[in-house]
Design a protein around this ligand. Structure first.
Ligand SMILES: Cc1cc2nc3c(=O)[nH]c(=O)nc-3n(C[C@H](O)[C@H](O)[C@H](O)COP(=O)(O)O)c2cc1C
Length: 434
């Protein structure tokens, strides 16, 4: 496998993003035409399995396997939903794809919907994505005008359509079972898995294929160019490219497409231009705030699902957040603990209560009012709540605190010993007078 830096999903296009001719010029809708004319769903699934495409929404589940489960389900009432919820801090690659490459996504959605013979198909679109929605709608209109979707697609007698569903706008609503609940007018609460996998019990209790925006955007390229082409770049077990949302302490934050397995250092230094103003990397979240941070001595880690898992962290949806050495890690942990507390849907008591306690204790320590007992309590709560809950939110909240304490214990202890934040002398004045 080569380690070139090819652009597949982010190939520059001339014209407006919704311009269908610009997309067709670079081979757009060829895969869809072939699919709908050949009508060989098993062949499509086999190609995705051969490509070893894994979901880009966070869990990295093998895409072909998921499509196969829905395609061969005994129920003949199936649904398809594209997950465009994207509400995690530091992840913004899906909105980039929708805004700049809407036809690529539409083609992926059409292929998915047709392959599993969905009765209805939706894109669950974050309601805050206004410009993205507008571009997507304009692209849908053009695709409809050309006969690529709607009734009797390209004269084949096939009917396929995609409806936009206004997303709930919360982090948990992006979790697939919570998303389906909110689509059915109920609170966006996750369900227990097993048994409630959407491939068996999805929309209206029927098998439902759910895929992330980026996963679906890869599909037309794989079917047009073949699985072997897809595997020309990337890691052994996770080939292909992935979009990395790079943010935090870098000179050039943005969305970068790189082969899976690219070293973290390359993303930060070559793509992001390194940390600004001569500061140094203090820590990096390679997979968003729900996965452990890595330290500056781990920047040569290869960014793929398996390597990061082995290193005790994860790739998630590749929201890479860089933290510089001017940052107080207790304050940083507090900011993210607040996010988890605010985003807990409140359904599972360990999550509802645990995220509240964790935020409270980290806040107390950050203010310089914490004690050694508070540190112990904080770690104890992490142990209690980890792995509980119907989704992974509370696990993310506890991993954040545990990992931050493991890497930056001295900072937590300095807050307790000095009754102040060592990074913020103003806090000392407050604690000395208060
Ligand atoms: C709290 C939480 C939030 C999530 N948010 C999203 C999201 O915004 N978009 C997304 O595609 N997947 C999200 N996921 C993952 C989905 O549950 C699901 O695994 C994914 O949509 C499946 O698509 P894929 O197989 O193409 O990755 C989230 C998961 C959790 C636990």
């Amino acid at each position: 496998m080569t380690n070139d830096k090819p652009l597949r999903l982010l190939q520059p296009m001339k014209g407006e993003p919704w311009d269908i001719d610009a997309y067709i010029t670079r081979g757009g809708y060829e895969a869809w035409q072939k699919c709908v004319r050949e009508n060989n769903p098993d062949g499509v699934v086999e190609e995705l399995k051969r490509a070893s495409l894994r979901g880009r929404g966070g869990a990295g589940f093998p895409t072909g396997l998921k499509w196969e489960k829905v395609l061969h389900h005994r129920s003949d009432e199936r649904y398809f939903v594209c997950n465009a919820g994207e509400h995690e801090p530091g992840t913004f690659k899906d909105r980039h794809l929708i805004k700049h490459f809407p036809h690529q996504l539409i083609e992926g959605c059409l292929i998915a919907s047709f392959t599993v013979n969905a009765k209805e198909s939706y894109i669950y679109l974050n309601a805050e994505f206004e410009e993205e929605r507008s571009n997507f709608e304009k692209a849908l209109v053009q695709a409809r005008e050309r006969g690529y979707l709607g009734k009797n697609v390209l004269g084949t007698g096939v009917d396929v359509d995609i409806e936009i569903f206004d997303g709930h706008g919360s982090y948990v609503a992006g979790e697939e079972t919570a998303m389906l609940e909110s689509m059915q007018g109920r609170p966006a609460h996750p369900k227990q898995k097993p048994p409630f996998y959407p491939t068996d019990f999805g929309l209206h209790g029927k098998p439902t294929l759910i895929n992330n925006v980026e996963t679906l955007s890869h599909v037309p390229h794989i079917l047009r160019n073949g699985a072997e082409w897809f595997k020309e770049v990337g890691a052994e077990k996770t080939p292909g490219t992935m979009l990395f949302s790079l943010s935090g302490a870098v000179q050039r934050p943005g969305v970068y497409e790189l082969p899976l397995g690219t070293p973290l250092r390359y993303l930060i230094e070559e793509c992001g231009g390194g940390v600004p103003e001569g500061r140094k990397v203090k820590a990096v979240f390679p997979g968003g705030p729900s996965f452990s941070m890595v330290g500056p001595d781990e920047l040569d880690l290869a960014m793929d699902f398996d390597t990061l898992k082995k290193a005790g962290t994860g790739l998630g949806s590749a929201g890479v957040i860089v933290v510089d050495d001017a940052t107080c890690m207790v304050a940083h942990t507090l900011k993210l603990s607040t996010f988890f507390r605010e985003e807990s849907c409140g359904q599972c008591p360990p999550c509802r209560i645990g995220t509240e306690h964790l935020e409270g204790l980290v806040a107390k320590i950050e203010e310089g009012k914490g004690t050694q007992e508070d540190l112990d309590k904080m770690l104890q709560i992490c142990g209690f709540v980890k792995g509980t809950g119907f989704c992974t939110l509370v696990t993310g909240a506890s991993v954040l605190v545990q990992n931050s304490f493991r890497l930056f214990r001295h900072e937590f202890e300095a807050h307790v010993a000095n009754h102040a934040c060592p990074f913020n002398p103003a806090a000392e004045v407050v604690s000395a007078t208060g």
